[in-house]
Design a protein around this ligand. Structure first.
Ligand code: ATP
Length: 639
């Protein structure tokens, strides 16, 4: 079959020949972008520390990921579809892609794009292997099947053609004609997107498609080898165009376009330390992915005055197939291993932003169920559990990180990545900067959640007093009893890394009744607090982590007058509990970030009952806490 190239090819559509039609007989209907998330199977070779997965599916729409702020909690997300590790290529195709294909036979446009970090399974999903073909081969086969199944009597003739290109460094390159120059993107008066000069090859069967597609894909891979991983640095876009022409007068012609897109990896290039040409590539990738997120966001929020299609080549190209009456599916690929944690978290937030539930994962500080005071199991009680073990563990890990950067939490607080924390906070802020409508809804959610939290607290108190009464009557010690409520879900927890000394943990879901959580399950974040079997209570005399040095460091307290010391401690506690951001920042060693974390902690947990509770705030180790105390007490005393 000859290739038809150039401006006069089938790809050029004049408005009287190929019209785009609105669905439902001209009734303008906007379909939002459907968001599916696919979790690839856990690969032990990707998890050298044997930490287990950091993310898992809950059901066909929900998943949870360990909370980076507190590893004993998870953040939950809700999507249109969640494809778990066991989901087959066939199932992904049937549920997420097949339903949109009939539209392109009716002159409508559609797009399927795979988004996610490098190594998370985008190419597997889109391309697959000969044994497990992915979305592209299945979709093309299905388009041929649909055309074949069309009734002759309907009076239309169909022709199918393909183009294949990549966007590399904001350049549009023709993969069916390697060596071609950057191609321009144009728009005709009917708002059809055109690429003059792009090869468009008519295809009449799947095997013909394969004949062109396979070598063209190799073009991309070959280029990748030459240009230092070019393939993963570019967006590959396959266009399947179906033109149908009416046999009888007036010989109307309609064109439907299907874009199948394997996006470049969304991994953060600052972390990979890219330089030179790779830095330039990453700039281009970030620009296009960021613009894509803005476009999807504004399409789904429905409030945008201007959808920023023109801000990148990728979105400009997809303009007529993304939004409006087009049918679009975004498959976000994620990987379960901890080493992908940050990228997974970002990808999920991007995907969540692409849905109407935008921002929900980030209202957790105001809506999450607080850790309610509950009775512990005897085992936990005897062990002196105060719920601070995870913090201690983290502190230990942090300490180790400083030494060799190999602990699990190196991921969260690696000194080699000083910006990770800032970026996560910035990411949250970005997510919070939603449209007004969303903000109002969000505020309503927050108000509603607060009310529910209050009710839960009251219920909890009521249950506790009933339990006390019951125990008194039964003449038993309440601590010998099982928790009043039990949740059978095994919490998602990070396994001890082989690299760190395992501390035996026994995770017990805190006895909050499942039904109590029901109203909050609508929210994107639900806390799963765990009591951890531990050896020490924070209030117990703690052996200074730094040994002798610390004993000397702590000796200053014994030289002070006890009542003055108490007064200063009281004052500090008061600021921690009631201080504004400015007042908190007025404390020694509390900067903007820490002050915000304190406010966040207060928002969730209420007041600090004692100063030592401060170590529960993210990043506040015991060592930092003693240094904080010393600085503030001495400062309060004017020393
Ligand atoms: N659902 C899956 N089932 C089995 N194996 C998978 C699955 N998803 C991905 N893989 C495997 O994981 C590895 C990485 O997947 P893949 O190459 O598709 O990632 P990618 O996101 O396209 O990465 P890149 O951005 O670097 O191209 C491959 O070996 C692939 O076969």
């Amino acid at each position: 079959m000859p290739c038809i190239k150039g401006y006069t090819s089938l790809f050029f559509e004049s408005s009287n020949m190929a019209q785009r039609v609105a669905p439902d007989g001209g009734n303008k209907k906007t379909s939002r972008v459907r968001v599916a998330v696919r979790l690839r199977p856990y690969m032990s070779k990707q998890d050298k520390k044997d930490e287990g997965p950091c993310v898992r599916g809950l059901d066909s729409q929900n998943l949870e990921i360990i909370n980076w702020r507190n590893a004993t909690e998870t953040v939950k997300y809700h999507f249109d579809v969640f494809h778990g590790e066991q989901t087959t290529q066939q199932e992904v195709f049937l549920s997420s892609v097949k339903p949109i294909l009939p539209h392109i036979l009716n002159g409508q446009n559609a797009s399927v794009f795979a988004y996610g970090p490098t190594g998370a399974g985008k190419t597997h999903t889109m391309l697959g292997t000969s044994e497990q073909p992915g979305v592209i081969p299945r979709a093309v086969r299905e388009v041929f099947n649909l055309v074949k199944a069309k009734d002759e009597d309907e009076g239309w003739d169909y022709s199918i053609g393909m183009s294949y290109l990549e966007i590399y460094n904001e350049k549009v390159l023709d993969l069916l004609s390697p060596g071609s120059q950057d191609l321009p993107i144009r728009e005709d008066k009917d708002k059809n997107i055109l690429i003059p000069g792009l090869t468009h090859t008519p295809i009449s069967s799947f095997s013909e498609f394969d004949k062109h597609f396979v070598p063209a894909s190799l073009n991309r891979t070959t280029a990748s080898t030459k240009l230092n991983q070019r393939s993963s640095r570019s967006h590959a876009i396959l266009l399947i165009k179906v033109v149908r022409t009416q046999r009888a007068f007036p010989h109307r012609q309609q064109t439907g376009k299907l874009y199948l897109v394997d996006l470049a990896g969304s991994e953060d290039n600052r972390r990979t330390g890219n330089q030179g040409i790779r830095l330039k590539e990453s700039g281009a990738i970030n620009l296009s992915l960021f613009t894509l997120s803005k476009v999807v966001d504004s399409l789904n929020s429905g409030t945008a005055v201007r959808v920023p299609y023109r801000d990148s080549k990728l979105t400009r190209l997809l303009q007529d197939s993304l939004g409006g009456s087009a049918h679009s599916v975004m498959i976000t690929n994620i990987a379960p291993e901890y080493k992908y944690y940050f990228d997974t978290f970002s990808a999920l937030n991007f995907a969540a932003k692409s849905k109407l539930i935008v921002n929900k994962p980030f209202i957790r500080e105001t809506v999450a169920v607080p850790v309610l005071p509950v009775k512990r199991s005897r085992e936990d009680h005897e062990a002196g559990g105060s719920g601070t073990e995870p913090h201690k563990k983290r502190q230990k890990e942090e300490k180790k990180t400083e030494q060799d950067g190999s602990s699990p939490s190196a991921f969260f607080h690696s000194p080699s990545e000083p910006s990770v924390m800032d970026r996560l906070i910035a990411l949250e802020k970005l997510m919070m900067s939603c449209q007004d409508k969303d903000r109002i809804n969000m505020l309503k959610d927050v108000a509603q959640s607060r009310k529910e939290i209050q009710e839960l607290k009251e219920k909890q108190r009521e249950f506790e007093s009933k339990a006390r009464l019951f125990n008194r009557l039964a003449g038993e010690k309440s601590t010998d009893k099982e928790p009043v409520f039990k949740n059978n879900t095994v919490p998602l927890q990070r396994k001890q890394s082989n690299a760190t000394k395992p501390i035996k943990q026994q995770a017990v879901v805190q006895p909050l009744q499942v039904s109590q959580l029901q109203p909050l399950q609508q929210l994107a974040v639900v806390k799963q607090s765990v009591c951890v079997k531990k050896k020490k209570k924070l209030s117990d005399p703690v052996e200074p982590p730094g040994g002798k040095e610390n004993i000397l460091e702590n000796a200053w307290e014994s030289q002070l007058n006890t009542s003055v010391l108490e007064q200063s401690r009281h004052k500090i506690l008061q600021i921690l509990n009631t201080g504004t951001l400015k007042e908190l920042k007025g404390l020694q060693q509390i900067g903007d970030k820490k002050a915000k974390l304190i406010l966040g902690w207060r928002e969730i947990h209420g007041h600090f009952t004692k100063l030592e509770d401060l170590v529960k705030v993210e990043g506040m180790t015991e060592k930092r806490f003693s240094s904080f105390m010393k600085a503030n007490i001495l400062s309060a005393m004017g020393k």
